[in-house]
Design a protein around this ligand. Structure first.
Ligand SMILES: Cc1cc2nc3c(=O)[nH]c(=O)nc-3n(C[C@H](O)[C@H](O)[C@H](O)COP(=O)(O)O)c2cc1C
Length: 189
């Protein structure tokens, strides 16, 4: 699989962190418009710039992309702060929305960021306690995505209600990558 670069030349918006916190809210109305590559690159970067217990980084991010300029619809696996690779082809937004207890607004979002975890990375070192660390880290990722969406004028909402096995099946996730949280992102309606 080939690596797709998401390099971002300038990481600066005119929105202060206080403004982003003040305006943040869950937004579930998405316009059926494509996102630009710069938006995608900034979202991935923000999602990955998070603390991790013991610097172990148990989270793996997948993108269910339906409408991003220059990117064919499909599931992508994020490799690092600025690159991803194609995991499987095809627009799976409707199947994903159905797996999320029929929250169909998810199908209107340009993409969804699916936060998965390989718990064993963290529990190997911290035992049972590692499980709570993984959830805390997913929260950090989610909040960064919320705030980046505010900075970019986009819409997002945290999704915790879904059928785990069905989401894993839709994305064809490796068995060790378990979905724990989802963030659909799109142009605000
Ligand atoms: C752990 C968690 C799970 C959530 N799951 C869903 C969900 O499945 N669907 C949804 O529409 N909103 C979901 N939300 C968003 C909440 O409904 C929302 O944050 C809450 O109503 C407060 O509104 P605000 O985010 O605009 O401040 C979830 C939020 C959290 C923190």
């Amino acid at each position: 699989m080939s690596r797709i670069s998401l390099a971002v030349p300038v990481r600066r918006s005119n929105v202060s962190v206080e403004m982003a916190i003040a305006s943040r809210k869950s937004r579930r109305a998405f316009r059926k418009e494509a996102l630009g590559m710069t938006d995608l690159a900034l979202l991935v970067w923000a999602a990955r710039r998070v603390p991790s217990a013991g610097a172990i980084y148990p989270l793996e991010l997948y993108l269910v992309i339906g409408a991003v300029e220059g990117i064919k619809p499909g599931v992508y696996h994020v490799l690092d702060d600025s690159s991803m690779e194609l995991h499987s082809e095809g627009d799976l937004r409707t199947e994903l929305a159905i797996a999320c207890l029929e929250q169909m607004f998810i199908a209107d979002a340009a993409l969804s960021i699916v936060i998965t975890a390989e718990y064993e990375r963290t529990t190997r070192r911290y035992g049972e306690r590692g499980i709570r660390y993984v959830y805390m880290e997913a929260g950090h990722v989610s909040q960064n995505i919320y705030l980046e969406c505010e900075a970019l004028g986009l819409a997002t909402v945290a999704i915790g209600a879904f059928r785990d096995a069905e989401v894993a099946n839709v994305l064809d996730l490796p068995k060790t990558h378990r979905p724990i949280y989802l963030m659909p992102v799109g142009v605000r309606d």
